[in-house]
Design a protein. Structure first.
Length: 186
């Protein structure tokens, strides 16, 4: 084989490798949805995350195997798989890429989204701690004033630990709470 043939062969092989890597990195189960990503998992549960969170993505790209293994429902094997995937691909470009990790399930994905505080919606319920004012206003039964009060409460006192804290905090009346309680999770 001549040097020219070897050069052409190697160039062609490298080109094919780059094309394959491009499509692998671009592959995800995500569909853009107004600043968030709606992810349809293995069992068709709907999980909406804030995929624009640079801080959370930075944490995902720097977390250790031990730290990942300590997250509820993750375990050492999945933690290793996450880090291996991250190292093989230089970094995670979005949280939806987690579904490309070997042995990732909806349950594990949800646990990671909760851990990194990016889960905004799960099976139609809205995360009371991450929902924006406009997201809260879009919920039937939540007025602009109530949405503002919820956001201000979170700023002043921190995250809600349970949905029923809406009543205990004086944020909503019992009647309003009964109408909206099933629309949230924490």
């Amino acid at each position: 084989m001549s040097k020219k043939s070897v050069f052409i062969f190697i160039t062609f092989a490298v080109l094919i490798l780059f094309v394959c890597l491009f499509f692998m990195l671009d592959f995800s189960f995500a569909v853009e949805s107004q600043g968030a990503v709606l992810v349809t998992g293995v069992n068709e549960s709907k999980i909406e995350i804030d995929d624009n969170s640079d801080y959370a993505l930075e944490k995902l790209n720097s977390i250790t195997v031990s730290q990942l293994a300590g997250i509820n429902k993750i375990g050492r094997e999945t933690a290793n798989n996450i880090v291996i995937y991250r190292e093989d691909n230089q970094r995670f470009h979005s949280f939806a890429e987690l579904y490309n990790v070997l042995d990732m399930t909806d349950e594990k994905y949800e646990a990671l989204a909760k851990h990194f505080d990016i889960l905004t919606e799960y099976n139609g319920k809205i995360n009371l701690n991450t929902a924006s004012h406009s997201t809260l206003c879009d919920i039937e039964g939540v007025s602009g004033e109530l949405a503002r009060y919820i956001v201000e409460y979170r700023i002043m006192y921190g995250e809600f630990e349970r949905v029923d804290e809406l009543i205990k905090s004086g944020t909503v009346s019992q009647d309003d709470y009964d109408r909206i309680k099933d629309k949230f999770f924490v």
